[in-house]
Design a protein around this ligand. Structure first.
Ligand SMILES: [Zn+2]
Length: 62
């Protein structure tokens, strides 16, 4: 279990990162805000892909 201090986007509380047989998730200890790690990972990879294409294009043009 990993703890992110003051990482909650809703209440700035402490968020724990935990994984079990059902998968990985982030949960706020203060307000119960729950984020499934699967959703975070899919969203993050999408941003990385778009940025990578833009960076590669600008490099080729320059
Ligand atoms: Zn919270």
């Amino acid at each position: 279990m990993i703890l992110y201090l003051k990482a909650c986007p809703r209440c700035q509380g402490d968020v724990k990162y935990e994984s079990d047989v059902y998968g990985k998730f982030l949960e706020c200890l203060q307000c119960g805000f729950l984020i499934s790690s699967h959703a975070v990972e899919s969203r993050g990879s999408g941003e990385e892909d778009s940025r990578g294409k833009v960076a590669a294009g600008s490099e080729a043009a320059a």
